[in-house]
Design a protein around this ligand. Sequence first.
Ligand SMILES: Cc1ncc(C[n+]2csc(CCOP(=O)(O)OP(=O)(O)O)c2C)c(N)n1
Ligand SMILES: [Mg+2]
Length: 892
Amino acid sequence: MASNTAPDYKALEPIETREWIESLEWILANQGSDRVRRLLEDLQIYAQREGVKIPFTANTPHINTIPVDQEPLYPGNRDIERRIKSVIRWNAMAMVVRANVEEAGIGGHISTYASAATLYEVAFNHFLHGKGEHFDGDQVYFQGHSSPGIYSRAFLEGRLSEEQLRNFRRELRPGGGLSSYPHPWLMPDFWEFPTVSMGLASITAIYQARFNHYLEDRGLHPSSNHKVWAFLGDGETDEPESLGAITLAAREKLDNLIFVINCNLQRLDGPVRGNGKIMQELEAAFRGAGWNVIKVIWGSGWDELLAKDENGLLVKRMGEVVDGESQKFSTSSGAYIREHFFGTSPELLALVEHLSDEQLRKLPLGGHDPQKVYSAYKQAVEHSGSPTVILARTIKGYGLGETGEGRNITHQQKMLNHDELREFRTRFNIPISDDDVIEAPFYKLPDDSPEMVYLRQRRSQLGGSVPSRGVRCDALQMPPSTIFDEFQSGSGERQVSTTMAMVQLLSKLLKDPEIGKLIVPIIPDEARTFGMEGLFRTIGIYSHAGQLYEPVDANTLLYYHEAKDGQLLEEGITEAGSMSSFIAAGSAHATHGINTIPFFVFYSMFGLQRIGDLIWLAGEMRCRGFLIGGTAGRTTLNGEGLQHQDGNSHLLAYPVPNLKAYDPAYAYELAAIVKDGIKRMYVEQEDIFYYITVENEPYVQVEMPEGAEKGILRGLYRVRQGSQGVSTPRANLFGSGAILNEALEAQKILESRFNIAADVWSITSFKELYQDGTDVDRWNRLHPGETPKTTWIEDSLDGSDAVNVIASDYVKALPNSIARWFKKAPVALGTDGFGRSESRPALRRFFEVDAAHIVVAALDALAAEGAINVAIVEQAICHFEIDANAPNPVKV
Ligand SMILES: Cc1ncc(C[n+]2csc(CCOP(=O)(O)OP(=O)(O)O)c2C)c(N)n1
Ligand SMILES: [Mg+2]
């Protein structure tokens, strides 16, 4: 009788699984792995369509990505390389220890380079290309805190003197010193990329790699096989900029880009992921984004154990240990490792029973094993179609002995005691005697030693030393002045905003046969906001892939035109990414020997405020170019509301030493500033860059007054003189940007209604005036017996006795910062406070920068010195319907 119970499927499972595996085995044997992969994909699609939920995993097992049998032969002499590396390790450590013995608290890092030495040395000996005669070389971003190791190698290569090493972090000493971190401003022949503000190396390296393609695709630079290498810390990857642009790198197929992440599992305070696994987390993120991920976890000593691990228990154990525990194993005895790592199962214990505790303790990690590191680098440079990230497992403070290796305090360690110095010396075999070692002397290999011969030969084969920076391009010729001159005659009746003028000027520059092609317009998804969409068609949007689709607006004049040789970098909504493009283009004079001229146009509120650290980096890196802050001015950008309304950026521009900042009111001011910028940066090769705000309020652009150019550039000039009646009280009204119009209106009111003559002045740059003033003050202070110099403000005002009122669309700190050079302290009007969505007149009334407030401020100043009656001020307040008891806008 047939049973009506269902078959026991559970019991059948092993048979069923076996059958499937056998089928796969047959296909694998007869048709290869590709067919198996496709079959599995088909199965997956089928299952998914039938509603089977397949959990996503972007991870591979926690073992090396490259199987042992696919490792290439190591091409160099490992013994010699180890000896070189040992000496570099020693000097790097000695540099920090000595600096701190001499001057307690001078700082420096030992443990970062100690963990990364093999990662760097394999690269230096086999991969990093210098700037040979016909080759740009690789662009290498060194982890900032590993700088002692990089200096130490340069010392061995004979590029730095012992005195310089002794002066690590003592840059003001006679003979010069070494800056703490990579810094092209301070060491312009050495460092190329400032990296120590964590996260910025990653994003700038990505855009650098993309910019290299851009130059090649546009025919500005011959194609080359140089690579961009970024050495990063695992803790550093928590910075949003570290991972924020990795999808772009994959999308753009940047196979010229290699990240090496030093996974020592530690950051400054402790473990990066005590309760998790940072390498697995990063693997998933990078694989998910489309990168080629190479994990280098285990050193060669583990190979035989993994080969014997037939049932996968060891791999499983490797995968389940959290990083906090791994860190503990890296500092523990062999007995502890045996008990706690392998002791979880008898099979695992059996796997290592032939190894002594000492051998167990010394099982190396992948990032300290040159063979494993070499294999990863080789695969990375040969890989095509996507960027590569190498995740290399190391120990923080490797070689620093029991107190330094893998401890949570290791990041801060600056000193070694005598025993530790001796131990370090012995471990790395440095020929320094017991007595001498306590001084931590620098050690130099004899010039004719096999190590030095090898080192020189390797570097010369790879095209010279790295890092190395230099400017290798000729100055540009100045474009014809007609491009700029036509802005001097004004716009007639037409109302034009400075943004429109900027776009016109840019279009003219783009058409110039000499410099046009060198201009790199960069926009974070705001072309239409600034009226720049015309550029889509005229110069094209850069896309390495060209345009693979017919754009929806193909039948219109200004269609969205992507092209492989497109000139415009339309970056999407990423100010940080756009700024990174600016940095790549703005430093191409040094990196590639090309004078590209970036114009990065953005919402001014999302510039210095949002990406100030990248702008600071651009300064350190001696970048050149124009940052154009569009829709600027807290009351000029009306309607948008508080997040967009910028009244801050000009103040934030103050601290960046080589950034010039201008807030022009008129098209001719703008043209004069850009013209001067091109001359200074590209003809005279000054390492400065520009921040210029432009605004979206249309008004009649007037003609340039005779001889105004000098004042425009220096920050202040007179726009309109008041009537010359000698007896009337006088006022000087200063305006900046669009608020200049309010000052002009105030002038009319003062004269017609109150019979007070006023001169109107345009302040094009508070920063220029401030720098000039402080510079003059300093000189006078240090030259007490000499005729004092005068400031541009004093020269311009020429002893004027008038009262002064300064109004801008920015915070009052700007006018107040220049107050001391006026004969009579100016009244500062500005837009401190959160913005509002409103009309321009309402906003200017609210922030007290409209013509009425300027008039009242001038009258009040005159009343205060007794030139007019107070009642006149009261009448004016009443007449303009100013609510004297309205709250201060900064408080509401
Ligand atoms: C933006 C920023 N924040 C903080 C620091 C301070 N800092 C310097 S090193 C460090 C820890 C670095 O850890 P990791 O990236 O893992 O590098 P490791 O030294 O371990 O290789 C920190 C927090 C910095 N340099 N930059
Ligand atoms: Mg770390």
